[in-house]
Design a protein around this ligand. Sequence first.
Ligand code: HEC
Ligand code: HEC
Length: 218
Amino acid sequence: MHKKSLAFALTALLCSHAHAELSHSDSVNAGKTKTASCVSCHGEHGNSTMPMFPKLAGQNSVYIANQLKAFKSGERKDPMMATLAMTLTENDIVDIANYYADQKVTGEHEELFDTAEEKAEHEAMVKLGGDLYRNGDLKREVSACIACHGPHGEGNKPAGFPALKAQHANYLVKALTDFQTGKRANHPENMMHMIAGKMTEAEIKAVATRIATMKPEK
Ligand code: HEC
Ligand code: HEC
């Protein structure tokens, strides 16, 4: 009798575990189908190849879901995303976020330069941007990006802080400029608003250049 009930409990435990696994992969599969209309801009598996369209592959699901809800409600404004987000249900958002979070971000960061000056200029920007990313600027109260976005640009899922690694530099510059001007202000605490507001144009370009070179696999 005792043995039997133990076996029963074990079976029940295993089944509920298997069910949880299955429902995550079901959600990912459903998300793949639901992202058919996203591929033209965000690329195959969310690895966009065009610099103005953000990569979504490997982004954490909490952040993706928050942004889709913000596009849907109109709190985050973008003419291309607004109409699309409007058609998504709560369930679609969960599946899409699970699907993209499950993909691996890729990047081809072999930089080609025409002249030695261009190469030196790029390296100087990566250095300045890397310093700002790690240390911030105490005097001007620019917080170090590493605190929230992680040492390798991996972000922070529980907090919903986005991963940045291997993102297109052009998109990063646009995002930081939109925070600076207040065009983008859908986060309830508007942390990026205060941070980007204190950065110069040159610093934004430098930090974006640095982040774009962060290795995708880390
Ligand atoms: C016509 C092009 C286009 C299509 C199609 C498109 N997007 Fe976008 N998407 C954009 C652009 C442009 C942005 C950046 C908006 C900005 O600069 O604020 C964006 C941003 C996003 C973001 C925020 C990314 C971030 O890092 O903050 C998410 C999430 C997203 N799109 C999901 C989707 C999903 C899901 C679909 C399909 C249902 C989709 N997009 C289809 C153009 C598109
Ligand atoms: C206190 C935490 C915090 C710090 C420090 C921080 N960030 Fe952020 N960052 C956030 C949050 C939260 C968001 C998402 C904002 C939203 O939802 O609108 C974000 C979003 C971003 C985005 C937009 C990403 C996307 O996919 O659209 C960029 C780019 C960015 N941060 C760059 C930086 C840089 C560069 C620094 C350092 C100079 C920095 N962040 C410091 C919390 C932080």
